[in-house]
Design a protein around this ligand. Structure first.
Ligand code: PLP
Length: 421
């Protein structure tokens, strides 16, 4: 007899609670100090997340001593896994010299040079502390450069939490919302229709070349080329938000397809596990931040170009050789093919979907509740993905790691759907 979905979920939650008692206690304690026990919406999942004690290479250990293959890697930001020796050494070196100064350092120049060498579209760049700040300033730069007010983004996009890009409009004045246009994905005609008559008021179109938070969705190369031609013809700046997608190739998606956006935002891997992000682009746009100019756009930031984060980011990018990218992409496609083959063999291919691009992947049972069950079931088996099923492979992972993920994903999906494998 089929078990009710609610009962099955209760059983999963009970099994989870039983192996994460100390995390449960910490969560109880956290609730007195942090709203809902949490300081980051995206790491909360009911009943409570595991609290992490330590991470090393591809694995993390929680406070109850459970070990997980970390497929989330702080939401794609740790491409070398945890505590990579080269990154740790760079951080320790800088830490001993002091952590932050009201002065520039040579390390920030070296990181900027490394980024420029990978992204020909980025002639000049500025560092920020988060991706949210990077997209906020990229849009400000675009408005300043064009003298136009509207910005356009895509349905299901995610560019951080500031007022211009937040999907949830509560707490944001309607007047701000009136300056944002929502565009359909992979749909050139829809874009022309939405912007018809407003082209000359539009400063920027911001796009994730691979959508992440809205469900892993790579843009068609032809669509990105259309965006490049259309924006150039309309005097609109094209902003590539490569905060996630920079990890797929040495030059991100723009390098892969040979497309030159006007402005690029970066984050995640360029801080090597520390808070650091960037926005950059043509000298014409970025020169406006030149502090020697009497009309310079202001851009302060107590921790911009933070020496420890910059040292960690530089050490990380230097480890990312062509062989490292090839290894990541091979594991990504092995994982996706492994899930597809096992799902087909188990008769689950109608329910368990997988999308993948290089080291990024997402497994999905098609609805939020089932995906939460999949997430919890995988945690219990020792595999950590995002609550919506997204994951990112890191360089210390092996073929047997990703085969184990594929096995577990299908096994857990089958038990959720009550099918036998
Ligand atoms: N843009 C994209 C594409 C992202 O995925 C994210 C974060 O996940 C952001 C911007 C915001 O970055 P941060 O969380 O560092 O503010």
């Amino acid at each position: 007899m089929a078990i009710e979905a609610g009962t099955r979920r209760d059983q999963l939650v009970e099994r989870y609670r039983a192996r994460t008692r100390r995390s449960g206690e910490l969560f109880e304690r956290a609730m007195a100090a942090l709203p809902g026990g949490s300081t980051r919406t995206t790491v909360f999942a009911p009943p409570y997340p595991p609290y992490v004690e330590a991470g090393s290479a591809a694995r993390v250990r929680d406070v109850d001593g459970n070990e997980y293959l970390d497929l989330l890697n702080n939401y794609t930001s740790l491409i070398l896994g945890h505590a990579h020796p080269a990154v740790t050494a760079a951080v320790e070196r800088q830490l001993r010299r002091g952590s932050a100064f009201a002065a520039p350092t040579e390390t920030e120049i070296a990181l900027a040079e490394e980024i420029r060498s990978r992204l020909p579209s980025v002639e000049l760049l500025r560092f920020t502390n988060s991706g949210t700040e990077a997209t906020m300033l990229a849009l400000r730069a675009a408005r300043a450069a064009t003298g136009r007010d509207l910005v356009a983004r895509f349905e299901r996009s995610y560019h951080g939490t500031h007022d211009q890009v937040s999907g949830d409009r509560r707490g944001i004045p309607a007047a701000v919302g009136a300056l944002i246009l929502d565009l359909p994905w992979n749909d050139p005609d829809g874009i022309e229709r939405t912007l018809a008559g407003r082209e000359a008021e539009t400063a920027a179109i911001i796009v994730e070349p691979i959508q992440g938070a809205g469900g892993l969705r790579p843009a068609e190369p032809a669509f990105l080329r259309f965006l490049r031609e259309y924006t150039a013809a309309q005097g609109i700046l094209l902003v590539f938000d490569e905060i996630i997608s920079f990890r797929v190739a040495p030059g991100g998606v723009q390098g892969r397809f040979g497309i030159r956006p006007d402005v690029t935002t970066l984050g995640k891997i360029i801080g090597g596990g520390h808070p650091l992000a960037a926005f950059g682009g043509s000298a014409e746009v970025m020169d406006r931040f030149d502090a020697r100019r009497p009309d310079a756009l202001p851009h302060g930031g107590t921790f911009n170009g933070h020496p420890i984060a910059a040292a960690a980011g530089l050490a990380t990018l230097r480890e990312l050789t062509p062989a490292a990218y090839a290894h990541l992409a091979a594991l990504g496609s092995r994982l996706a093919q492994g899930v597809r083959a096992r799902a087909a063999a188990a008769g689950l291919d109608d329910r368990l979907a997988v999308t993948q691009d290089a080291s990024l992947f997402e497994v999905s049972l098609g609805d939020v509740d089932a995906n939460r069950d999949l997430f919890l079931g995988l945690l219990i088996e020792g595999f950590w993905v995002a609550p919506r099923g997204m994951g990112a492979i890191s360089t210390p992972m092996t073929e047997s790691d990703v085969d184990a993920v594929a096995d577990a994903a299908v096994r857990v999906a089958a038990s959720i759907l009550e099918r036998t494998v």
